[in-house]
Design a protein around this ligand. Structure first.
Ligand SMILES: NC(=O)c1ccc[n+]([C@@H]2O[C@H](COP(=O)([O-])OP(=O)(O)OC[C@H]3O[C@@H](n4cnc5c(N)ncnc54)[C@H](OP(=O)(O)O)[C@@H]3O)[C@@H](O)[C@H]2O)c1
Length: 433
């Protein structure tokens, strides 16, 4: 049999342990497919005394990232996370002639051009299937399966933590803080869940998908994002009453070379395929001009689902398959401005959900309707439950609009807030029909 593919791991926590386990438990199957053994030769961690689920022989452990450059290795799998010391280590490994496999979307979204330039300079390949949607092979779908298409739209549920929280709030009528606390206890949310719940993680992944699908390099700051951290259980209940469910969507559309992108909670009809994606699952819907609508679904995180994608990249490297995904020439080129032309708000249209907390007095509904009409927003339906009747009683009013330009809708919301008759600022979300 040919010489083994010699693998070093940078990091061996949740994902790294999964990679070590699959390499050990499926060694024969992988060697048969790759035509050579996949051999784990070095594992760099911070604390070598931690248990690694019995998946890593003690003699492979080191705390020195330099060993990944000095040991005889073919490929380094970066599953440490973060963008500081790990970025330096990755650049050094590429410089030392190692191929790279990484699950680190933040690293690619923020330093993709630099890392790919280094790989090109040293003739190395980079696999990153695990960086977006964990176990769903979405990178291969875009870079191989859909090459005959011009991709026109991406719509994804890309953050499992947010989807778990929203599903639980919907199914059990719980509030955000209680579900987050439970998700942290069960290991579905990090101790510091900020990047997951504020939409940043989904924006990182969307920027990678948009790069592959549309050939652009959207800076993270150019992606408008809202997370689920402000979601109120009352909006989930009203959405349900109207026949909708709320999901955190990462979306991008390509219209005649101009892009629209955002990460936002969106109301989806309960029957819509993405509305059925529950718990920590992910899904990505892609539209291609030849294939039309496609949908990919699976576990977006977790030890073995993520390791599954990493090992697929390792087998690709082992067989020297010049996978398009590894062709660093096409990915994150530097020196070429690939910043997307962004569609202005005036060109973007949507239906909208808005909820207002109003004093229960005559004429208030007409006042709201008047402001919406001034901004050419037409009302599709209204829900207003009776107030309790006490002197300071307030009413919740929920309005669904017909399709309107986003810029007009924003101006209407600003005006309602400015006029000061609503008790709280207006809550609003786009609606995808
Ligand atoms: N968890 C998932 O389901 C999932 C899914 C998709 C992608 N990812 C991505 O995969 C990466 C790893 O995630 P994870 O959940 O496996 O993280 P994790 O459980 O926190 O493990 C991180 C590992 O990296 C080691 N490490 C961190 N910084 C290091 C440094 N500077 N030098 C050496 N070792 C270092 C840690 O060492 P010690 O063990 O000694 O502390 C630990 O073994 C992240 O980029 C994450 O975004 C994770």
């Amino acid at each position: 049999m040919a010489q083994a593919l010699r693998i070093g791991l940078l990091g061996c926590g949740t994902v790294g342990t999964g990679v070590a386990r699959i390499l050990s438990e499926k060694a024969q199957q992988l060697a048969r497919i790759a035509g050579r053994p996949l051999e784990l030769c070095r594992v760099v961690v911070r604390d070598p005394s931690k248990s690694r689920d019995g998946a890593v022989p003690q003699h492979l452990l080191s705390t020195d990232p330099g060993t990944l450059c000095n040991d005889p290795l073919d490929v380094v799998v970066e599953v440490a996370g973060g963008t500081g010391a790990v970025r330096d280590a990755v650049l050094k490994c590429l410089g030392a002639g190692r191929d790279l496999v990484t699950a680190n979307k933040a690293l690619l979204a923020e330093y993709g051009p630099e890392i790919f330039e280094k790989a090109r300079k040293h003739g190395r390949a980079i696999g990153f299937e695990a960086a977006v949607a964990g176990g769903i092979p979405i990178i291969r779908v875009i870079t191989e399966g859909m090459v005959a298409n011009r991709i026109t739209a991406i719509q994804g549920i890309l953050n499992g933590t947010s989807n778990y929280i929203l599903s639980k709030m919907t199914d059990e009528g719980l509030n955000y803080a209680d579900v987050l606390a439970e998700a942290q206890k069960l290991g579905y949310a990090e101790a510091d869940p900020t990047l997951d719940v504020d939409g940043t993680d989904a924006a990182h992944k969307l920027s990678i998908l948009a790069h592959l699908a549309f050939g652009v390099q959207p800076p993270l700051e150019s992606i408008p994002r809202r997370g689920i951290d402000g979601i109120d259980a009352v909006d989930i209940r009203f959405a349900s009453e109207l026949g909708y469910t709320i999901r955190l969507l990462a979306e991008s559309w390509n219209r005649e070379g101009k892009l629209a992108m955002h990460v936002s909670p969106v109301l989806l009809r309960k029957q819509a395929p993405l509305a059925q994606v529950r718990g920590a699952y992910n899904a990505v819907a892609l539209v291609g001009d030849a294939v039309e609508d496609t949908l990919y679904y699976g576990k977006g995180a977790g030890m073995l689902p993520t390791a599954s994608s990493i090992v697929a990249d390792l087998v690709d490297l082992a067989v020297s398959r010049e996978r398009m995904v590894h062709r660093t020439g096409l990915l994150w080129p530097v020196g070429v401005s690939k910043e997307p032309a962004i569609l202005p708000d005036t060109d973007l249209k949507s239906r909208f959900y808005l909820r207002l907390l109003l004093p229960d007095r005559p004429g208030i509904m007409a006042e709201v309707a008047g402001i919406l009409a001034t901004h050419r927003i037409s009302i599709a339906s209204v829900i207003q439950h009776e107030s309790t009747g006490s002197p300071d009683s307030r009413v919740q009013m929920v309005i669904m609009t017909h399709e309107a330009p986003t810029s007009d809708f924003r101006m209407a919301v600003e005006e309602i807030n400015r006029r000061g008759f609503a008790v709280l600022p207006v809550t609003h979300y786009p609606v995808a029909d």
